[in-house]
Structure formats: structure tokens, C-alpha cells
Design a protein around this ligand. Structure first.
Ligand SMILES: [Fe+2]
Length: 134
């Protein structure tokens, strides 16, 4: 049974979906059940995937980091190449999901207008190494 906010992926076509209304017995894509993505929490060796909150005094909204956060993927910057990059970063609060959609060639980071204390989870999706969370 699907649960709210879960992510599922088709191993054949790579389709990724997020549950916005729970309760389906299964998700099917390419005539096969989709696999639920389980978020990993640590890399072996250099940390390139776990999202972290970094200092944001140059926030683009001008709040100097008082109202917004910046999330970066990895303590060592994750690659942003055509076939291997961070597709999205999500910040989850009790009743919201904020998602930044990234592209190859950009920094593996994004700003979010959210108070640090309201965050319940931060996660990101790498096109090669799948789902990671803090
Ligand atoms: Fe990766």
C-alpha cells in the first residue's frame, strides 16, 4: 500500500513518481511493479550525496539567510554531468514539500524559503545513485 510522500521508480524506463494521495495497492509502469525508493544516508568514502544545509548570507531574496536556507548536495560537491547529476532536492515540512529541479551544468544546490526549525526531512535524487536524505 502506497504512503504519502513515498517515491517509486520503474527499473525499465526510469520513470520516478511521488505519492500525493496514498492508498494504492501497487504502482505499475512498463507492465511491472515499480520499486519503492529507500533513501540512503551515508556514502562510503567521500560524502557526495547526503544533502546538507549550508550558510546562506547571500540569499537571492535579500533576507541574508534569516528566512531562507540553502541546501547543498554532499560535503564534496556532487557531479552535474549530462548522465550523472542531481535531478531534484526536496525540503519536507509537516504539511509541505518544496522541490528544486536542477539541471546538468548547474551547482548541486538550491535555496528554499523555509525556516530551519520547520524542516522534517531533506532529500535529493541522483540520476545514477538514486535517493538520499538527511
Ligand atoms: Fe551520484
Amino acid at each position: 500500500m502506497t504512503k504519502l510522500r513515498e517515491l517509486y521508480r520503474c527499473e525499465i524506463c526510469g520513470n520516478v513518481v511521488e505519492i500525493a494521495h496514498e492508498g494504492a495497492p501497487a504502482l505499475v509502469c512498463c507492465e511491472q511493479p515499480m520499486g519503492k525508493l529507500e533513501a540512503k544516508t551515508s556514502d562510503e568514502g567521500q560524502e557526495k550525496h547526503v544533502p546538507i544545509i549550508v550558510e546562506n548570507s547571500e540569499c537571492s531574496c535579500g533576507c541574508a539567510g534569516d528566512l531562507c536556507i540553502k541546501v547543498q548536495v554532499g560535503s564534496v560537491e556532487h557531479p552535474m554531468e549530462d548522465k550523472h547529476y542531481i535531478k531534484f532536492i526536496e525540503v519536507l515540512t509537516v504539511d509541505k514539500i518544496l522541490r528544486a529541479e536542477l539541471k546538468p551544468g548547474r551547482a548541486p544546490a538550491a535555496e528554499f524559503c523555509v525556516k530551519k526549525e520547520d524542516i522534517v526531512e531533506i532529500r535529493e535524487f541522483c540520476t545514477v545513485h538514486m535517493l538520499w536524505k538527511k
